[in-house]
Design a protein around this ligand. Structure first.
Ligand SMILES: [Mg+2]
Length: 256
C-alpha cells in the first residue's frame, strides 16, 4: 500500500475532458456527486451505468458500510460491487484494527460498531487506548466528557474524516465528523489527530490498489476542492471538480 507518493510530479496539463477520457480509473465522490441526501444527482445513474467498470466510489462517509451504498445503487438500477466502494468510516476501522490489543472508544453508528466488532476490535466506554471518531448522530454531552477525559489521559485520536458539514437533500447542511471533532479539540486542544479520509492519502491509496492503477492513471471527480481537489492533487491524481462554484456537472460528462 502506497501512503505517500514522494515521486509525485504534477500530471501534464490536460482539460477535464481529456483527463476523463484517458483515465483507466475514475474515482467518484458520493455526497454531492452520486447522491444529495436521498436523491440521485442528475446524470449519476447514466454515468455509473456507462463507466461502472472504471469507477471506484471514494467517500468520506463514516456512517455506512460499502455494502449499504452498493444496495442503494442496486435499487437505482446500477451495479457497483461493495469491493469498489471505499468509505472513510470502514477504512478507519480497518486502520485501527491493525492493533489487535487496542481498547477502542468508537463514537459512531451502530452499523460501524458492528463492523468494528466483526474485525476484532475491543470496544469500550471507559479508559480507551484509542478513540475512533465518526459522524456520531447520537453524540451527547456525556460522550464528550468521556472522550475529552480519555484524550486528556493520553488516548490516541483517529478520525474518519475532517469535513464539518455535507449537503442535505433540500439544501440544508448536515453536520459532519469534523463538527464533533471541533468539540473534542475545544476540550483537548493539543491532541494529535490522525485523519483517515480525504484529503489524506489513505483512501486514494486504497482506491488505486483496488483499481490496479497508478495515481497518474486516475481522475477524481468530486465537489469539494478542500478534500477531493487537494487530496487528489497531493496524491498525483487529476482532480475534476463539479457542482456549485464550478462550470461542470456530471451531465456534462455524459457527452464526453
Ligand atoms: Mg462531496
Amino acid at each position: 500500500m502506497q501512503l505517500s507518493n514522494p515521486h509525485v510530479s504534477m500530471p501534464p496539463f490536460r482539460s477535464p475532458q481529456q483527463a476523463f477520457q484517458r483515465a483507466a480509473a475514475i474515482f467518484l465522490d458520493w455526497d454531492g456527486c452520486v447522491m444529495i441526501g436521498s436523491r440521485l444527482v442528475p446524470g449519476a445513474r447514466t454515468l455509473l451505468q456507462r463507466h461502472g467498470d472504471r469507477i471506484v466510489i471514494l467517500s468520506n462517509n463514516s456512517t455506512h458500510l460499502p455494502e449499504d451504498f452498493s444496495r442503494i445503487l442496486q435499487q437505482a438500477g446500477v451495479h457497483i460491487p461493495a469491493e469498489r466502494i471505499v468509505l472513510a468510516g470502514a477504512e478507519a476501522v480497518r486502520w485501527t484494527s491493525q492493533d489487535k490489543h487496542a481498547r477502542v472508544m468508537l463514537l459512531g453508528s451502530a452499523r460501524i460498531k458492528g463492523c468494528a466488532r466483526q474485525m476484532g476490535l475491543t470496544l469500550v466506554r471507559e479508559a480507551p487506548d484509542q478513540i475512533l471518531l465518526m459522524r456520531d448522530t447520537r453524540f451527547t454531552y456525556a460522550k464528550l466528557c468521556r472522550a475529552a477525559n480519555a484524550l486528556h489521559g493520553g488516548a490516541r485520536l483517529i478520525v474518519a474524516n475532517g469535513d464539518v458539514t455535507h449537503p442535505g437533500t433540500d439544501g440544508e447542511i448536515v453536520p459532519e465528523t469534523g463538527a464533533v471533532l471541533a468539540a473534542l479539540l475545544a476540550c483537548a486542544p493539543n491532541t494529535p489527530v490522525m485523519t483517515v479520509g480525504k484529503p489524506g492519502p489513505l483512501l486514494f491509496s486504497r482506491a488505486c490498489d483496488i483499481a490496479g492503477v497508478s495515481p497518474d492513471q486516475a481522475v477524481m471527480i468530486g465537489d469539494n476542492p478542500l478534500t477531493d481537489g487537494k487530496g487528489a492533487t497531493d496524491y498525483g491524481i487529476h482532480p475534476i471538480l463539479i457542482g456549485p462554484g464550478t462550470e461542470l456537472t456530471l451531465e456534462d460528462m455524459l457527452a464526453w
